[in-house]
Structures are given as structure tokens and as C-alpha cells.
Ligand binder design. Structure first.
Ligand code: IYR
Length: 227
């Protein structure tokens, strides 16, 4: 049975224009400094920051408010090692055989390869899973039934954007790593069949000698159109 909507007063803080601009500029200045980091220090990070960032991600808008995500936070060194070994095996195969020359050429400016030491060096790795469908127990038969999820790719993408922004604002570095295929993550992390690994995110402080590729972002005029 579809449930009737229940409404409540909207909680919206109307800011002065000066305060809006101050926050807008501050947020833009901070977010525009984010870089993907591939060389991590082994220094530990405050657990509370990870929890806050995942709480923020979990508040992202999602299709039919189905919140089709699971965030697995890994700090156990043995588990990180197991994931690194499996990721590198897949990545070695990808870089040496599966990826096209055009793809390899596109990645060349980033200087990536199959080696993924950041999975072990970063004190924390977050693996985000997308719930392709939900599971409910049928009241009459007691059997498991699938619940369709809507826009789960878009929903998880938005949540990951919130997560990356929250971690960056909190002074932590991240990398969005997509080993391919990612099936091994479901197996190692013991996730159910409705969950698909979406992205693996090492989180921590950059290594003291960390470098980032000298690449640039497009100027605004190239990707914003006013009509
Ligand atoms: N998944 C591989 C390859 C890779 C692909 C893209 I597209 C990138 O922007 C970066 C890397 C890897 O993580 O190395």
C-alpha cells in the first residue's frame, strides 16, 4: 500500500546577502584547492571526521529517498593489504591488457599505473557500495522480495560528492580510485548480492614529499552557459 505524504514545516535559514556571499566565496576558495592525492602518509586520522563526513554523505538527496548506499570504513592493516593485493592484480591486468591505447594515452598526464600503495599507506579506506535494489521481507510469505531502486547511480554519485567535499573541508586528502572490475571488493568485504562496489576512497594526510600532476581545470566560461 502506498503511504500518504506527511508534511512538516521547512527548516530553512534565510541569510543576509552579505553572509551568503561570504560563505559562497569561502566554500569556493576552499573546494577549489582540492587535489586527488596518490601518496599518503601513514599518520592516523581522527575517527570522528570520517563519521561526520559519512553522515553528511548519507544526507545527500537520493531517488525516492531510498538512500541506496553502504559505506565500508576500513582501517585494519591486514584488510587494507588484502584489498591492495587484489586491486593491484586487477589493475595490472587492466593496464597491461584490458585498457585501450586511447584510454592509456588519456591517463598519461596523470602518471597512474597498476601499483596502488595508497590503499595500504592511507590510514583509512572507504569503499562505497551502491545498492542496485533493496530487499524487503514479504509479510505473508516471509520470503525476500526485491525493492526497485531509482537513480541509484546518480544518488550514490551525489553522496560521494558530499563525502569528498566534507573530507576536504576537514583537512583530509582523498583519492577516488576505481579498480576494475571491482567484484573482489564484495567478496573481501562480504557484501550482499544487491550491493555493487562504486568507488574506493583512500583517506589521510598526503606524504611529506607528495606531488600532484601539473594539470589544470577548464575556465568557467568553457563549461557554463547563461541564457
Ligand atoms: N582504474 C584505474 C585507471 C584509471 C582510470 C581513470 I578514467 C582515471 O581517471 C584514473 C585511473 C586506476 O585507478 O588506476
Amino acid at each position: 500500500m502506498p503511504s500518504e505524504p506527511v508534511f512538516e514545516p521547512l527548516n530553512f535559514e534565510r541569510l543576509s546577502e552579505a553572509e551568503q556571499l561570504r560563505r559562497s566565496n569561502e566554500f569556493a576558495d576552499r573546494l577549489l584547492t582540492r587535489r586527488s592525492v596518490r601518496h599518503f602518509s601513514r599518520e592516523p586520522i581522527p575517527a570522528e571526521i570520517i563519521e561526520n563526513a559519512i553522515r553528511v554523505a548519507g544526507a545527500a538527496p537520493s531517488g525516492a529517498n531510498q538512500q541506496p548506499w553502504t559505506f565500508v570504513v576500513i582501517s585494519d592493516p591486514a584488510l587494507k593489504r588484502e584489498i591492495r593485493i587484489a586491486a593491484e592484480a586487477e589493475e595490472k591486468e587492466s593496464y597491461e591488457r584490458r585498457m585501450s591505447q586511447e584510454w592509456l594515452d588519456a591517463l598519461a598526464p596523470l602518471g597512474t599505473d597498476w601499483r596502488k600503495p595508497h590503499i595500504e599507506d592511507a590510514p583509512c579506506v572507504i569503499v562505497v557500495f551502491r545498492q542496485a535494489y533493496g530487499i524487503r521481507i514479504d509479510k505473508e510469505t516471509g520470503e525476500e522480495a526485491r525493492v526497485l531502486h531509482y537513480y541509484s547511480e546518480e544518488s550514490v554519485g551525489i553522496a560521494v560528492g558530499f563525502l569528498l567535499a566534507a573530507l576536504h573541508i576537514s583537512g583530509l586528502a582523498t583519492l577516488t580510485h576505481t579498480p576494475s572490475p571491482m567484484k573482489f571488493l564484495s567478496e573481501i568485504l562480504d557484501r550482499p548480492a544487491n550491493e555493487r562496489a562504486f568507488v574506493l576512497i583512500p583517506v589521510g594526510y598526503p606524504a611529506a614529499d607528495a606531488e600532484a600532476p601539473a594539470i589544470t581545470k577548464k575556465p568557467l566560461a568553457e563549461f557554463m552557459i547563461r541564457r
